[in-house]
Design a protein around this ligand. Structure first.
Ligand SMILES: *[C@@H]1O[C@H](CO)[C@@H](O)[C@H](O)[C@H]1NC(C)=O
Length: 241
């Protein structure tokens, strides 16, 4: 109990960051990239004290990936869990140059493997084939390269500190390869296997169809994670005391 109170005070003093997390000087982009990488990899289950949710499994409902009007294919996930962000390495963090808060910052990152799993529903045209189905889906994205731009607005709070409001996050992702498996297309295993094989042989074409939807899902993930942290940890506590 006493230990808990002691830890609690320590946490307040240190801006609520766990003690093994290195604080960085403003402008030290290498340190900032290293620290974010350390947090993602060592605290994949999250850090409630700083508002960080688990990053090793992120779940959504009702994600629309593609619409017929723009790509001839309706594809949505009723449920979707994304796994693999815990192995992310942040390569670069731009914008944290000085004491003043950036209006935009940019993160580049690499994730070796993302697994997207859930219950899909689809109907439309894929690679000139009419398809339809509903069931379990697995999408694996290999060697994902991210670039996210984050817009920031400074917010002064009653505690005298500056906080970051994040009105907009825009991410771009590129992958080296994609593997998909949609079960139960046409309620038929053999047809499913055939369509999946054809899709995987032409994954780049499929990726081009799904990319926009996957990108905007990522904008939502990144935005949600960053906003929760920015709401708890002030910009002033982000750097060395
Ligand atoms: C993350 O990396 C670890 C260690 O290399 C590996 O065992 C694990 O399967 C990876 N997780 C994912 C989802 O790729």
């Amino acid at each position: 109990m006493r230990f808990t109170i002691f830890m609690g005070c320590l946490a307040l003093v240190w801006g609520q960051l766990p003690p093994d997390i290195e604080k960085c000087q403003a402008g030290d982009a290498i340190c900032i990239a290293k620290t974010i990488t350390h947090i993602l990899q060592s605290y994949s289950k999250g850090i409630p004290a700083i508002g960080l949710d688990a990053v090793d499994a992120i779940s959504f409902e009702n994600v629309i990936v593609s619409r017929k009007e723009s790509s001839k294919l309706d594809l949505m996930f009723h449920t979707l869990t994304v796994r693999g962000f815990e192995n992310t390495t942040v390569l670069d963090a731009k914008g944290f140059d000085g004491d003043s808060m950036p209006r935009v910052f940019e993160l580049s990152a690499f994730t070796p493997l993302l697994r997207l799993e859930g219950e899909y529903e689809t109907q439309g045209i894929l690679l000139t084939m009419p398809i339809q189905g509903r069931g379990q889906a697995l999408v694996e994205l290999k060697d994902c390269q991210f670039r996210c731009k984050v817009r920031v607005v400074e917010e002064h709070r009653l505690d005298g500190k500056r906080y970051m409001e994040i009105p907009k996050v825009k991410c771009l992702v590129d992958v080296q390869s994609m593997h998909i498996n949609f079960e139960n297309l046409f309620n038929n295993k053999q047809l499913s296997d055939t369509v999946n094989e054809l899709a995987n042989n032409n994954w780049l074409e499929i990726w081009k169809t799904l990319r926009k939807g996957i990108n905007s899902a990522l904008d939502q993930v990144a935005g949600t994670i960053l906003r929760r942290v920015a709401n708890k940890v002030s910009y002033d506590d982000f750097y060395q005391l």
